[in-house]
Design a protein around this ligand. Structure first.
Ligand code: ATR
Length: 268
């Protein structure tokens, strides 16, 4: 029996159990994947207890991704570069940290047939999700990062040579430069949050990705489509495509991401 879980706080909204349990069933594996609420104070103790109990590993979500990297004995290059882990695997009493958000983001660009190493890309936001996406876009020629709190964007620029920082208030003029790719990693536009105030005066970027998926399509996606964007996508693909390498690390089996994504979309 393979046991795995996602640890977060809050965790009630997580779609991860749904995705992983579908794959367990699809592959005829005897496995369970739970959502476990752990406060920041309890996170380390809960992760160690699950390791002791024989869990294969856990995914980690907000707000534990940085702490997950800190408690690990070893970390992959991706986790170290992003400064956060969304996957801990337990091997012979040792904890290995990985970050599959980067792979998830790149796979969702590939699924759109959009270049994974664009010429000019723009990332809105500089939080946890942005760190993984900026790392994923490290081979873009130019990557403009804008964040309300500019110092957080500057921190990302220190780690990546291709990152240029711009003021949040200049977002419309940056978009007017017609980057190939625009990614929203902020919470603006999510149900219950403030709207993302952005206009496409002439053309939209070729690809516009919003990591939000409630609602879908987001206002940003609709505006981009109306302004002629070739590809628009919400964050559901990134969620499923980061889950796939997690599932593989936990079980040794590579699941079918595309059909899980289609199923999830029709269920939501
Ligand atoms: P996540 O880990 O999901 O990226 P986060 O670290 O809280 O979450 O980041 C949320 C992002 O949304 C940040 O870039 C945040 O900007 P700040 O760094 O200035 O906080 C951005 N964000 C949230 N509310 C915002 C608002 N009202 N206006 C502009 N940006 C906002």
């Amino acid at each position: 029996m393979i046991r795995a879980a996602v640890l977060g706080h809050p965790i009630g909204h997580s779609l991860s159990p749904h995705i992983h349990n579908r794959w367990f069933a699809e592959h005829g594996l005897d496995g369970t994947y739970e959502a476990i609420d752990a406060s920041p104070d309890d996170f380390e103790a809960v992760a160690r207890r699950l390791a002791d109990e024989g869990y294969a590993g856990v995914n980690v979500t907000i707000p534990h991704k940085e702490q997950a990297l800190k408690i690990a004995h070893r970390a992959t290059e991706a986790a170290r570069a992003v400064g956060a882990a969304n996957l801990l695997t337990f091997q012979d009493g040792r904890i290995l940290a990985d970050n599959t958000d980067e792979l998830g983001f790149r796979a969702s660009l590939m699924a759109l047939d959009s270049p994974v190493d664009p010429g000019h890309a723009v990332v809105l936001g500089a939080g946890g999700a942005a760190a993984a996406i900026v790392y994923a876009l490290r081979h873009a020629t130019t990557l403009t990062v804008l964040n309300r709190t500019r110092t957080k964007a500057e921190k990302l620029a220190l780690a990546h040579k291709n990152v240029v920082v711009a003021d949040w208030d200049d977002r419309n003029s940056i978009i007017a430069q017609r980057p190939e790719l625009l990614v929203n990693t902020t919470s603006l536009g999510m149900t219950g949050h403030l709207p993302l105030d952005l206009t496409f005066e002439t053309h939209a970027p070729r690809t516009v990705m919003d990591i939000i998926y409630t609602p879908s399509p987001t206002d940003l996606m609709q505006k981009a489509k109306a302004a002629g964007a070739k590809h628009v996508a919400d964050g559901l693909a990134m969620l499923v495509y980061q889950a796939a390498p997690s599932f593989e690390a936990l079980t040794g089996i590579r699941p079918h991401a595309r059909s899980a994504l289609d199923a999830l979309r029709s269920e939501l």
